[in-house]
Unconditional design. Structure first.
Length: 277
């Protein structure tokens, strides 16, 4: 049954994304004409809401947000553990103004790439070396000046739950260049949405916003602190998830918090990039 539901959601994901992209093209055009990035962000929240609703109804996957007191309202960097496809769109709903760091190839996809650029995504040409790093830092500084929350996956690729990979230097460069706090984000999404597969399993994913790291640390010290903090909290989420029984897809579910939610007890869910290192 899980296999059928997983395949059904993949079809739903594709159909909903295509329909949404076509219906909202006039909005994208107007946003580009008026240089209104926030309008595209609002559209992305609607799109993401459809994805989250489908995930909940079709597969029985919901999610819980912890550490809501650490969710930034102003300019910040979110250093997010990357285990599944889910975190590539959830942050459109979890923070007020997300700007994903992603590989440049994604921005060349017709229509989808237009939305990514329109939302303020920071594209990285991974073949351009130092030139790409400078371009990324310049774009990131612009987003920070606009008050955005930059979303980056420090490992640069999806890593299965329980495994570790060295963090790439990109997040440390952003930290030292932008001089804003970095909020580590731990999660266990890969237990429910397999990272390299379409298979999904009903249950409650946890996204945990950890205590922010203030600006000003040396890059090497910052990177070690960030890596240790994220990995320690991710490891702690594994046995907790294994102890929890998987609910049936028909069981009642709750959503994750919307960007303007302030209640620490609220649990609410939320275009889909694959970020670059």
């Amino acid at each position: 049954m899980n296999l059928f539901r997983s395949a059904l959601y993949s079809v739903y994901f594709a159909v909903w994304s295509v329909l949404f992209s076509l219906l909202f093209l006039p909005v994208l055009g107007w946003a580009k004409l008026t240089k209104n990035r926030k309008l595209v962000q609002k559209s992305a929240r609607i799109w993401t809401g459809g994805l989250v609703g489908g995930l909940r109804i079709i597969t029985g996957i919901r999610y819980e947000v912890r550490g809501q007191e650490n969710i930034p309202r102003d300019a910040a960097i979110l250093a997010v553990k990357h285990q599944s496809m889910a975190e590539t769109f959830l942050f459109h709903r979890l923070v007020p103004d997300s700007a994903y760091v992603l590989k440049q190839e994604l921005t060349r996809i017709p229509i989808a790439g237009w939305y990514l650029l329109g939302s303020g995504a920071i594209s990285v040409d991974r073949k351009a070396g130092g030139k790409a790093a400078r371009a990324m830092l310049n774009e990131a500084k612009q987003r920070v000046d606009e008050g955005a929350q930059i979303v980056i996956f420090p490992e640069g690729t999806r890593v299965p739950p329980g495994e570790r990979r060295p963090f790439q230097p990109g997040v440390a460069l952003l930290y030292s260049h932008t001089k804003v706090p970095v909020v580590p984000v731990a999660l266990n999404t890969g237990l429910y949405w397999e990272g390299r597969s379409f298979r999904k399993h009903p249950g409650t994913m946890v996204i945990e916003f950890l205590e922010p790291i203030p600006p000003g640390l040396p890059q090497r010290e910052f990177l070690k602190l960030l890596e240790d903090r994220i990995d320690r909290h991710c490891q702690a989420l594994l046995p907790e998830a294994l102890r929890s029984p998987r609910p049936n897809a028909e069981d009642p579910v709750t959503d994750g918090p919307k960007p303007d939610s302030q209640s620490p007890d609220s649990t609410n869910p939320a275009p889909s990039p694959e970020p670059a290192p």
